[in-house]
Design a binder for this molecule. Structure first.
Ligand SMILES: [Zn+2]
Ligand SMILES: [Zn+2]
Length: 91
């Protein structure tokens, strides 16, 4: 019997096996919506782009802290606004 419980995900770019996961760390309130706060497990080596939902390993993503893949980061990153969206952080 196949056991597909453990999903083997791979980077869309280099096909590297992705390990680690995201866990729910809590909830916060945005200006007009509830924001779920996630944090990654220490062994996590990938990100899921907030823009296009693609899975990328951190080697293939130039700005893993931003939560965006390279092409989406360029789209959302307007030069005048150097402020980076801190994932899971409070302001
Ligand atoms: Zn990769
Ligand atoms: Zn993207």
């Amino acid at each position: 019997m196949p056991n597909d419980k453990e999903i083997c995900q791979r980077c869309e770019k280099c096909k590297k096996k992705l390990v680690g996961d995201i866990e729910l760390a809590g909830m916060g309130c945005g200006s007009h919506r509830v924001v779920l706060l996630f944090r990654e497990t220490p062994d996590r080596n990938w990100i899921q782009c907030d823009g296009c939902n693609r899975l990328l390993c951190k080697n293939c993503c130039e700005k893993p802290k931003s939560g965006y893949c390279n092409s989406c980061f360029i789209k959302v990153h307007i030069p005048e606004r150097t402020e980076v969206f801190a994932k899971g952080g409070k302001r």
